[in-house]
Ligand binder design. Sequence first.
Ligand code: 9WN
Length: 439
Amino acid sequence: RTGSPDAPAPAPDLRRAAARVLAANWTGASTVPSRTLYPHQWSWDSAFVAIGLRHLSAHRAQRELESLFAAQWADGRLPHIVFNPAVPADAYFPSPDFWRSSRAGRAAGAPTAPETSGIVQPPVHALAAWLVHGADPELSRRTGFLHRAYPRLTAWHDYLLTRRDLGGGGLAAAVHPWEPGTDNSPCWDRALARVTAAPPDTFRRADLDHGHPHDRPTDLDYGRYVRLAGDYRDAGYDDRAARPAFAVEDPCFNALLIAGEHALAAAARALGRDAAPHTARAAALTRALLTRLWDAEAGLFRVRDLGPDTLVGERAVTGLVPLLVPHLPPGVAHALRRTLAGPAFAAPATRLVPSYDLTGPAFDPQRYWRGPAWFNTAWLIHRGLRAHGFRPDADRLRHGFLAEARRSRFAEYVDPVTGAARGARHFSWTAALALDLLH
Ligand code: 9WN
């Protein structure tokens, strides 16, 4: 480690370096998260990328989102991966021949092309689309961007609020640990223990060609991911027929849905439409989030495991992300701020937020979502701190973010204790969100 988190990052250099990462990862219509580890288009990555790209080119940011919308299923879902047919099948697992979306997903409305996965990721897209529109409203009007995006995004949220309200309490559920985007979080351990892993000789992990085994989920995790995805596929990705062995309500996923409904309300107003359905949905979702997931004693939001229908004991960064929800009761916002500054989440070396409780039994500073600090969750929390007027906390997090992004060469994640870079380098959302924080 060199330098200290307090040393200001040289802004023009960092901006140029971030722009270079995004240029190198641009395929012509969208951005890959990483040339090596993730050579296709990912759903929530593209939303974060668009948020940064809008500062370089609002036009490219529009294309980023529209290439994802082009792969939307007729039932409204935005798939978590859109596969690039030019990339060899063995470059990433699970590949299109595992998901078989165009055949297995036909009844659920999968497109005939491109091939996609059949699961989803957190709904950052409405927020991203609204920010991209705001970067150049005149261009957006000329190209019809917001006008085309609005019905797509409404259909996406409709899907989540109807087909995915598996708990019946007004929140959207995830049916695979890849869906909340925090694959091997300790929050999933209890639910995953009920899943019989697919035998290891039935698949080959391409991620280990590029990633270090200690930085990645285990083989047992992968066996369970494969089983769950395969079962969902075999049920035709039909949420009315599938009986998922894994079903959870995640606070980050639902907080983003709320932020997205607020963004859609703003978009509706800009388009001269009625914003009331979106504000009503945002209010109902916020009530459900507080009723179903808030833990006042712990000072953070929990995951609800819909198997036993109880809250999960593990504390993760995703329980702090709801800070970005507007109109939280002031007591809740203050409690979240206190938890962030407390021993479980304050990582003095990096000033970033660890993905999991530093004092928790499953904490591992290296392994993916079991401790390492990620830049997208830091960006979301930074946005929440600012929105609630916690300016000094927000500024500290912003400095930590920019210092670590620079030092780690835009790593996928960093060890929250030592600051050592982990996972991929030149990772797209790290570069994109650094660009955003520099503006
Ligand atoms: C599975 C692309 C994605 C991110 C996820 C992150 C990781 C994939 C993987 O990479 O997940 O979707 O193969 O590990 O956990 O949040 O969107 O960057």
